[in-house]
Write a protein that binds this ligand. Structure first.
Ligand code: TSB
Ligand code: ZN
Length: 587
């Protein structure tokens, strides 16, 4: 590396390397297709791309050829040289290149910048590395269709993507991460394991839970509802829609309308699908009289809600338009706020232990005071809520990062960010402090002084929406769920038809005991049945042959390939029940 490059920040260097590689790639493509028309080729997050208009679709062999030619250019170490020409001259140089001409027409200056390496000349402002042998380690990844200028009415070009890093080691690590992300991708696993699906006719962001996915979801719902019940939450059911006036009063209509489906207009009312559950819970609180001794009131619901997320932002199960949140609203006195906050935090940490979530961090989501549209306007209220949140967090041993502009419209929040398989962070848990909605709905409790006082609301989601949670769980476990979460915990495998009755009776006994098991009564050989169960990541295979039928036993195999040999059927059942407890480790 030259001293000049070394003096730059790594980001700046990578940008130059990636951008330079796109030129080297364009040179190679033009060697193969001299008649090609070429468009633009920037550096991107993990590499670079270049768009081409070619006489035929590129094949994998073409990509190899391009990569080989690129390596030759790298070996030659040609210099990147910049020069300037006037537009007239540029138009002459790029005659017959309509995309370049269009770019030249769009340049305000009379003078345009060109870069040349070897014989290849491109319209470009730079910056570049000094020579072609400084571009680092790259790999051509794929070809995709891309409209010129992203406009579907313009020609469709072929975009070649490359990954590029400073060293081969960095590149290898990136490729490994991609492979890991693919292996764990919840959309692929969700399909292969029969957990959920979607249908064009139903609509984007509206997932359908298949029986196996629904089984996992039911386990999770039962777990969290039970945990909440033990911690003093009361569960309610409320409808998925309400009159638009409810959201006008709450402020959703003013600050959150972009994320709401438009109203359904009926005889004399307008109904909307709810984007949040709070107004319904608040209505329940508001319908009763509350004394200070009764607080906190913790109203919880697996609340289904609907958000109009932009189609480009939908992502499998982790960002959807119809979702069910593990929601609760805690109505408490100001002097109870901190303890309630810490109580929720404790529940979150317990739930993460049980679910096996490890890679997470804490984000204090604050308002952006300059953004008067997104947030309700009340400086004193925000200052107080943000101060209390900081104070509560500082009482814990947790590290957190302030994030201005990430608050809810009604108040600041603590978000727990979990990293998914593709390395992106998304919010799973959230604890939000709200002085706004109690005010808007005129909520009260009667204090020790006999006077009405205003409660505070804590909005909290612990295990997120069932959709996002499922996405994270699939990726966390790469589909290999622990026994307590596995949709099918054991498959009974009769060796021959004469073992079928025994297998069915044993399975019935397990089902009666509350376990989730299946009998593979197909005609395949035992080895094929075992392989199928392993591919479906079923924790246990319980083989039934002559020896087992005779002795009331089951020959136990694990999905990891362990053969535990014959065990009394009752002992297997007890072991499975033990491993079915939430958070239990699987063998
Ligand atoms: C916690 N009113 C509060 C509630 O009381 C609320 O709705 N907060 S929220 O807007 O932050 O959403 C709660 C959680 O839902 C988020 O933390 C996130 O985990 C999950 N979530 C939000 N949008 C989506 C979506 N489009 N798809 C899946 N999950 C989502
Ligand atoms: Zn809420």
């Amino acid at each position: 590396m030259s001293a000049k490059l070394e003096a730059m920040s790594k980001g700046e260097r990578l940008l130059r390397m990636r951008h330079s590689a796109s030129h080297v790639m364009a040179q190679a493509v033009l060697e193969i297709f001299p008649m090609a028309k070429w468009a633009i080729g920037p550096a991107i997050d993990t590499g670079f791309y270049y768009d081409f208009d070619l006489p035929r679709p590129l094949t994998p062999e073409d990509l190899e050829d391009v990569a080989r030619r690129m390596q030759e250019t790298v070996r030659r170490g040609d210099a990147f040289a910049q020069r300037f020409v006037d537009k007239e001259e540029a138009r002459r140089i790029f005659a017959g290149q309509p995309y370049k001409i269009e770019l030249i027409d769009g340049i305000a200056d009379e003078r345009v910048s060109l870069y040349q390496q070897g014989p290849f000349l491109d319209l470009c402002e730079g910056p570049h590395v000094e020579r072609t042998d400084q571009i680092g380690a790259f790999k051509l990844m794929s070809v995709a269709g891309a409209y010129w200028r992203g406009d579907e009415r313009r020609p469709m070009l072929q975009r070649i993507y490359g990954a590029l890093f400073e060293t081969q080691q960095d590149l290898d690590q990136h490729l490994h991460q991609l492979e890991e992300a693919r292996r764990r991708d919840h959309r692929r696993l969700g399909r292969e394991l029969g957990l959920f699906t979607s249908a064009e006719e139903v609509g984007a962001g509206l997932p359908l839970w298949l029986p196996k996915g629904a089984a996992v979801r039911r386990i999770l719902e039962t777990y969290i509802v039970e945990e909440e019940r033990r911690r003093g939450y009361q569960h309610v059911y409320t409808p998925h829609l309400a009159k638009v006036e409810l959201y006008q009063r709450s402020g959703h209509w003013d600050h959150y309308r972009d994320s709401m489906f438009p109203p359904m207009v009926l005889e004399n009312e307008q109904l909307v699908l709810r984007p949040m559950n709070c107004p319904h819970h608040i209505t329940i609180y508001g319908a009763g009289q509350h004394s200070y001794r009764e607080l906190p009131v913790r109203l919880a619901e697996l609340g289904t809600m609907y958000r109009y997320e932009k189609s480009g932002e939908l992502a499998g199960l982790s960002r959807v338009r119809a979702m069910t949140l593990n929601d609760a609203h805690i109505f408490c006195r100001l002097d109870q706020l901190k303890d309630e906050f810490l109580g929720v935090l404790d529940l979150i940490r317990e739930a993460y232990r049980v679910l096996g979530f490890r890679d997470h961090w804490y984000r204090l989501s604050l308002r952006d005071p300059a953004d008067t549209e997104k947030y309700v306007q009340n400086d004193a209220m925000w200052d107080e809520a943000e101060r209390l949140l900081h104070e509560a967090m500082d009482e814990t041993d947790l590290e957190y990062v302030d994030a201005p502009g990430e608050a809810s419209f009604y108040g600041p929040k603590l978000d727990v960010q979990v990293r998914n398989a593709t390395g992106r962070d998304e919010t799973v848990s959230t604890i939000q402090i709200d002085f706004h909605l109690p005010e808007r709905f005129g909520l009260e409790y009667i204090g020790a002084d006999g006077q009405p006082h205003r409660p505070v609301i804590i909005h909290r989601g612990v295990i997120s929406t069932m959709e996002r949670l499922m996405a994270f769980l699939i990726e966390t476990y790469a589909g290999v769920f622990p026994v307590w979460l596995a949709p099918v915990q054991a498959t009974f495998i009769p060796i021959a038809d004469r073992h079928l009755d025994y297998a069915r009776a044993a399975a019935r006994r397990f089902i009666e005991a509350g376990l989730r098991v299946e009998v593979d009564d197909g005609q395949e050989r035992m080895s094929a049945k075992i392989r199928n169960a392993q591919l479906q990541k079923v924790p246990y295979m319980l083989v039934c042959g002559d020896r087992e039928v005779g002795g009331g036993a089951l020959a136990v195999r694990t999905r990891g390939g362990q053969d535990l040999g014959p065990m009394p059927a009752e002992a297997v059942l007890r072991r499975l029940l033990e491993e079915s407890k939430p958070g239990a480790e699987s063998t």
